[in-house]
Design a protein. Structure first.
Ligand SMILES: *Cc1c(COP(=O)(O)O)cnc(C)c1O
Length: 435
């Protein structure tokens, strides 16, 4: 498969290049030249297949030309060592629980897949020395990437995070791992961490001495695998005879997760329509109303992983539908919620159904409550486990959310991190000494 850039000014890339580079030379996002339609026979019997079998079928359509069958199967099965079940919350509303992975959020799926695909290319092409993944994080991305790459041979990960600006739970998920993961505590804010990473990619001397790559969420190997669980959700709903008028609702920030669902739809996934649920960062919602895409400064909200004022993957959605507002707004509708509404939703859902929502999933649940039409059945993504936001959830719902064992285990680990200033020279020297 060849990949083009959404800005259409960069050379066509193969999968290997698209994965290693992440972003095209013209700063556009890579798009596959073709999205293969799955045969109708697969949908006729999809409920008879397991999650892993379904995922492999989808992976084969995207990556089958570039990765040998057995290797791809192993990558898919090693990625999905946990389930993404669909759980009933109330009549006609179901939760697609994406928090059963190692760091309790959906980003585990893409990060684990990308780590294994990168390893496949390193082994196949042979590599003189390690590949180094640099990632800046304000919390959640660092943990998913670090755990996704943990113990993967031939790859070393450097997670840069701002000192004192990341919660203890989040910090423990990437500072206690050891092995091929190095956490770097930067005396600065998130933007300083991001600047260090960007400067490193542009520094010739550094790139001459070591192989550097990014594991950004716009990477095709991170976002496409998210389609796996939408196909599986359809299968599990069909099993129960509930797949007739299905609506998928995705709490969205950078729009990678919903974009994967839309790719699934293009491949033939029989979902009737989609809802993108926003917090107060409602750029996409506004676009649907007005036809104008106007990025805004990010606003901090309760659902902070969705605090994005200029969602990167809008470029992919725009491209996928031929830049047509009519096509986009006839398939996708929007919703937007204030912090007060999110908290109300969490409280009300817990009291009336017993289901504990996290602040992100709450946007998805409420958008179905508000937007489902008669005869439709809705599935929303519960994108993270409520215990990841324990303080907020406990206070809002007046409960004491149980911390899952695998999250508690991180918190018992010994913190290991390197302290650096926000000066690029310090970071560069540190990397050069290590190479
Ligand atoms: C990243 C994230 C989101 C937003 O997903 P996008 O793909 O950026 O739209 C929503 N919820 C949680 C918990 C996240 O970590």
């Amino acid at each position: 498969m060849k990949y083009y850039s959404t800005n259409k000014k960069a050379p066509i890339a193969d999968l290997h290049k698209a994965v290693v580079k992440g972003l095209a030379e013209d700063r556009g996002l890579y798009m596959p030249e073709q999205i293969k339609q799955l045969p109708q026979a697969i949908f006729d019997h999809i409920e008879q297949y397991s999650f892993q079998e379904i995922a492999y079928t989808v992976a084969d359509a995207f990556f089958g030309e570039d990765v040998e069958q057995e290797a791809l199967k192993k990558i898919v099965y090693d990625t999905l060592t946990f389930d993404c079940p669909v759980v009933k919350v109330e009549d006609n509303i179901y939760s697609l629980e994406l928090f059963h992975g190692p760091t309790l959020a959906f980003k585990d799926v893409g990060a684990r897949f990308m780590a294994r695909l990168l390893q496949y290319f390193i082994r196949k092409e042979g590599s003189d020395g390690e590949v180094n993944v640099l990632v800046a994080t304000s919390g959640d991305t660092g943990s998913a990437v670090a755990n996704g790459f943990l113990g993967v041979d031939g790859i070393h990960v450097y997670v840069l995070y701002p000192k004192g600006k990341v919660s203890k739970i989040q910090e423990s998920q990437f500072t206690t791992l050891g092995q091929n993961i190095t956490a770097i505590e930067v005396d600065g804010v998130f933007d300083d961490c991001q600047a260090l990473v960007k400067n490193a990619f542009m520094d010739e001397e550094l790139n001459h001495h070591m192989k550097l790559t990014s594991a950004n969420s716009i990477n095709v190997a991170r976002f496409l695998p998210q389609a796996f669980y939408y196909f599986n959700a359809y299968a599990r709903m069909k099993e129960q005879g509930l797949a007739e008028n299905l609506v998928m609702c995705v709490p969205s920030g950078n729009f990678g997760n919903i974009c994967a669902a839309l790719f699934g739809h293009t491949m033939g996934l029989p979902v009737k329509r989609f809802i993108a649920a926003n917090n107060a960062n409602d750029i996409f919602f506004q676009y649907l109303q007005t036809g104008r895409y106007e990025p805004k400064p990010t606003r901090q909200t309760l659902a902070n992983a969705m605090d994005v004022g200029d969602p990167s993957n809008f470029a992919r959605i725009y491209d996928l539908y031929g830049e047509s507002h009519a096509r986009i707004s006839s398939l996708i509708s929007g919703a937007t919620y204030s912090d007060e509404q999110i908290a109300d939703t969490m409280r009300r859902c817990h009291t009336t159904t017993g289901y504990i929502l996290d602040p992100h999933g709450a946007c998805g649940y409420q958008a179905l409550k508000d937007g489902l039409r008669p005869g439709e059945v809705g599935v929303f993504c519960e994108t993270a486990h409520p215990a990841k936001f324990k303080e907020k959830v406990d206070a809002i719902d007046s409960i004491d959310v149980e911390i899952p064992e695998r999250l508690a285990a991180f918190m018992k680990g010994q913190k290991q991190s390197i302290a650096l200033s926000k000066d690029f020279a310090d970071f560069k020297n540190y990397l050069l000494r290590r190479s």
